[in-house]
Write a protein that binds this ligand. Structure first.
Ligand SMILES: [Zn+2]
Length: 234
C-alpha cells in the first residue's frame, strides 16, 4: 500500500484544467470588451437602459469566467509552498471581477455629461455588480496540493479502517466519488477507471468514498470487528 503520498494532478486532469482556463480567459476578455464598449458608447442619459443591460452581460461573463477558473483550480491546484502564485491563481476570479467594473464605475461617477439621476442609478448598479463579481470570483476555501495530499491520506486511512483496499477502487468520469465495489448501483454500466484512491483524486480533483459503498464495506467489516472484540475479551 502507498504510505507516503503527494498529490500530483494527472495529465488528463491538467489538460482539462488548461481547457477550462482558456475558456475562463475568453469569458473575461469578452467582459473587458463589454466594459470598454460601455465606457465608450453607453455612458449617457439616453442609453441608460443599454448601459444597465451591458452591466448585466458583463457580470454574467465575469461570473462564468471565475466559475470555470475555480473548476480548473480544483482539478489542478496550486501549491501553498509558492504563496504568490497560490494567491494569484486562487483569487484571479476576484481580481478579474473587480477589473471588469472598476474603470466603468470610475467613468460613470466622474462623467460630467450625464444627469445626477443617471449617475446615481448606473453608478450604483455598476458598483453592486463589481462587488458581486469580486465576491463570487474569490475562493474562500481554495484547493491546494497540500490540502489534497492531506485529504488523500485521511481517505486512505478511512478506507483501511473499513477493510477497503485503497489501491483498488473504482470511479467514473462524472461525479466526485470513488467506489469500493464495481457493482455499486451508482456506477453500474458506466465506463470505470480502476486504481488507488490517490489516482482517483489526481484524475478528478476531488474524490470521496461513495456512501453506499461505505455502508456495504462497514457491514462486511463488522464480522471481523466482532471477532476481534470477542477474541480480545477472551
Ligand atoms: Zn458506490
Amino acid at each position: 500500500m502507498s504510505e507516503t503520498t503527494t498529490f500530483v494532478a494527472s495529465p488528463e486532469a491538467k489538460g482539462k484544467a488548461k481547457q477550462l482556463r482558456i475558456f475562463a480567459v475568453i469569458a473575461w476578455l469578452l467582459a473587458m470588451g463589454g466594459q470598454v464598449f460601455a465606457i465608450l458608447k453607453l455612458i449617457s442619459d439616453e442609453t441608460l437602459v443599454w448601459l444597465i443591460v451591458a452591466i448585466v452581460v458583463i457580470l454574467a461573463l465575469a461570473i462564468t469566467g471565475s466559475t470555470l477558473w475555480k473548476k480548473a483550480n480544483k482539478l489542478d491546484p496550486a501549491s501553498e509552498k509558492e504563496p504568490t502564485r497560490f494567491f494569484i491563481q486562487n483569487q484571479l476570479g476576484a481580481i478579474m471581477g473587480v477589473l471588469a467594473f472598476l474603470p466603468l464605475v470610475i467613468m460613470i461617477f466622474t462623467n460630467k455629461n450625464i444627469s445626477g439621476k443617471t449617475k446615481g442609478i448606473a453608478g450604483t448598479i455598476a458598483a453592486i455588480a463589481m462587488v458581486a463579481a469580486g465576491i463570487t470570483g474569490a475562493d474562500f476555501d481554495p484547493p491546494s496540493v497540500e490540502k489534497y495530499t492531506e485529504e488523500i491520506n485521511k481517505q486512505n486511512e478511512a478506507a483501511r479502517s473499513l477493510s477497503i483496499d485503497s489501491d483498488n477502487v473504482y470511479w467514473s468520469k462524472a461525479g466526485n466519488k470513488y467506489h469500493a465495489y464495481n457493482d455499486c448501483q451508482y456506477i453500474k454500466g458506466k465506463a470505470l477507471s480502476n486504481g488507488s484512491i490517490k489516482q482517483s483524486w489526481e484524475d478528478k480533483g476531488i474524490s470521496e468514498l461513495c456512501k453506499v459503498c461505505a455502508k456495504k464495506a462497514a457491514k462486511k467489516a463488522v464480522p471481523t470487528d466482532v471477532k476481534e472484540l470477542i477474541e480480545t475479551e477472551n
